[in-house]
Ligand binder design. Structure first.
Ligand code: NAI
Length: 300
């Protein structure tokens, strides 16, 4: 099988000054991509900024014979980050939305700022970056976008309402962009990674941080960024050598009809059937849900 390469391709990796973004950027560059190493260079809670992190990763890439430029803008300034790519390399083919911060705190104690900053960097940042690259990708009829969600959003985690909501917002963004990009060969996929990084250093013991190397995640990102990738709208769980698809399924359910009024007691009596997922089927678009209901109602 032919080697997967990125010669002639331009990639932006956000938050690439450390952790997962750094290993994504190093791998793409090692396989021929010209990479914009974006990183605001701030602290894990979203405060501060600096140039050292992105500069350091660019140096690593260049020392290994690759091509990279740093970009120190916030992902909220998507247009500016994309301008760096266009000014330096002429275009953008690949966007990896990876930048992130944490402000973990129980919901009761969460400030409006804790909510806003996390939503801004993850959700609005991914949206603004994608909004800035989309016209370029649409014009050229080619694009590969990778979003980064989290188990905290997909499945829930104590103390992370801000982060969980932002990360599920990203899934919603990708769920719709998979349709809007389809005609233009823009593939939009999402990863839910687990890796040792300065973010997870806040919650993981040292042995796990060391074992769960970010390098285990990046090969999936590289595949999803490649021309060979035909997938779109997929979500993947990845970390420590493990790879799996995550999908939405809906149970067979129960149709109680509409001829007579349905009571709360009817719901209680049918709860086991309503919750049963043994005959669940995958849902890949909103019409899957409405179509099923209209069919049961014999309207469609
Ligand atoms: P990290 O802290 O090493 O990397 C995040 C990078 O984003 C940092 O270098 C930071 O300076 C940068 N950044 C923060 N705000 C920025 C902004 N406004 N503009 C540009 N850059 C900004 O953490 P890690 O773990 O590598 O996280 C990468 C992504 O993976 C994040 O989106 C995170 O939420 C996600 N993730 C990580 C998991 C893990 O186990 N490490 C688990 C689930 C999701």
């Amino acid at each position: 099988m032919a080697e997967i390469r990125f010669d002639g391709k331009v990639a932006i990796v956000t938050g690439a000054g450390g952790g997962l973004g750094r290993t994504h950027a190093l791998l793409l560059a090692a396989r021929g991509a010209r990479v914009v190493v974006n990183d605001l260079g701030g602290a894990t809670d979203g405060t501060g900024s600096g140039t050292t992190m992105a500069d350091q990763v660019c140096k690593e890439i260049k020392d290994a014979g690759g091509e990279a430029v740093p970009d120190f803008n916030s992902v909220l300034e998507g247009e500016k980050v994309v301008k760096t790519a266009v000014d330096s390399f002429g275009t953008v083919d690949i966007l990896v939305n990876n930048a992130g911060i944490l402000r973990d705190i129980s919901f009761m104690k969460q400030s409006d700022l804790d909510w806003k900053l996390v939503l801004d960097v993850h959700l609005n940042g991914s949206r603004n970056m994608t909004k800035a690259v989309f016209p370029i990708m649409r014009e050229k009829g080619y694009g590969r976008i990778v979003m980064t969600t989290s188990g905290a959003g997909l499945y829930g985690n104590f103390g992370q309402t801000n982060y969980g909501a932002a990360k599920m917002g990203i899934v919603g963004l990708a769920n719709v962009l998979k349709f809007e990009g389809a005609k233009y060969n823009i593939k939009v996929n999402t990863i839910a990674p687990i890796a040792g990084s300065r973010l997870t250093a806040q919650v993981m013991p040292p042995n796990l941080l060391e074992a769960l190397k970010p390098e285990y995640v990046s090969p999936l990102v590289a595949y999803l960024c490649s021309e060979q990738c035909e997938e779109t709208g997929m979500i993947f769980s990845v970390g420590g050598g493990y790879f799996s698809r995550v999908a939405y399924v809906e149970g067979e359910g129960v149709f109680l009809g509409t001829e007579k009024a349905i009571s709360a007691e009817d719901i209680r009596a049918n709860l086991d059937k309503i919750k049963d997922l043994s005959k669940a089927t995958e849902q890949t678009q909103a019409l899957d849900q409405s179509g099923k209901i209209l069919k049961l109602m014999k309207i469609a």
